[in-house]
Design a protein around this ligand. Structure first.
Ligand code: ZN
Length: 315
């Protein structure tokens, strides 16, 4: 039986938001067992909170946004990917600004600060959602299916008509070791011809060659090389890991994604919740399944966290 994990102490990362272009900082704090991951903001001497669950899903246009009553958090997928990839179940992610920091466009800087925090094993067992029958979502040529599998696995396929990308397929065995070695370092990518269109819609305003792989019509705009020849499909695996974590429980199944994106990732999470006959919960307490199905049993606005010292203060 595996146990839940949190962090030994808090750690911080500052930068700018990839899409907003505004200053963005996070502090990641330890949290008690069965907390899950909760975004928090310290305002007027108390914390406002937004659990990182699908109930609080906002827009999924080029990034995944969570929307609570009091605030929103843009581009949650890379920090959530790092937490899920390292199998950290419980954490408070304190936010300054409206977006997580872009860092270098990958999850590697988040992995680094999580290791700076130290990972702490807790007494409570970790519960898992085990897929027992296939669940699928599709949208024209895009699709994701999750199949029963003994081990958590992701196979992602992409097809972009660009000489440096074209068709790429990557199969990822979901372990912290594989995540750190093969997925965490894969950066966000964009196409130069789309950049102005993104800007016109208020997206990618913090994007730069420091935090994004930018493809010209035939090559790469960045001076440095790709970190992996198939960096793009590896980044899609990262995005999927982050988005799937909005289920609030790790899944044992084999995900097969074809040309998908944040919106379809989120639709799959919703489809899993709508089909409770197609999965079972392992190591569950009595009310666990109901709790997961409700998905919104955490307080959505103001919470009192007496054990936590805020990292940021707002005027
Ligand atoms: Zn991404």
């Amino acid at each position: 039986m595996r146990h839940q994990q949190t962090l030994t102490k808090s750690s911080f990362l500052s930068g700018i938001g990839l899409h907003s272009g505004n200053p963005a900082s996070i502090a990641i704090h330890p949290a008690p067992p069965n907390t899950g991951v909760i975004f928090i903001k310290h305002v007027d001497a108390h914390f406002q909170s937004c659990p990182a669950t699908i109930s609080f899903l906002g827009k999924t246009d080029h990034c995944t946004t969570l929307q609570a009553i009091d605030f929103q958090i843009q581009t949650v997928e890379h920090v959530l990917g790092a937490l899920a990839g390292l199998e950290i179940d419980n954490a408070y992610v304190e936010l300054q600004g409206t977006e997580t920091p872009a860092a270098d466009g990958s999850a590697a800087p988040f992995v680094d600060i999580l290791h700076q925090c130290g990972i702490l094993t807790q007494e409570e067992p970790r519960t898992y959602l085990k897929i027992v029958q296939p669940i699928s979502v599709e949208d024209e040529q895009r699709s994701i299916t999750v199949l029963p599998s003994a081990l958590p696995t992701i196979t992602y396929f992409i097809d972009f008509p660009h000489p440096l990308i074209q068709q790429q397929e990557y199969r990822h065995s979901c372990t912290p070791h594989e995540f750190q070695k093969n997925i965490a370092g894969a950066r966000t990518f964009a196409f130069r011809k789309e950049v102005e269109f993104l800007w016109s819609r208020g997206l990618g305003l913090g994007g730069s060659l420091y935090n994004t792989v930018v493809f010209s019509d035939t090559g790469l705009v960045n001076e440095d090389e790709l970190r992996f020849p198939n960096e793009c499909v590896r980044h899609k695996v990262l995005d999927l890991i982050g988005d799937l974590s909005l289920l609030g429980i790790p899944v044992i199944g084999h995900f097969i994604a074809k040309c998908a994106g944040h919106a379809l990732h989120a639709q799959l999470v919703q489809a899993i919740l709508k089909n409770p006959d197609k999965w079972i919960i392992l190591n569950a307490g009595k009310t666990e399944k109901e709790h997961i199905l409700n998905g919104n049993t955490f307080p959505a606005s103001t919470v009192y966290l007496p054990e936590l010292q805020p990292a940021f203060h707002y005027l």
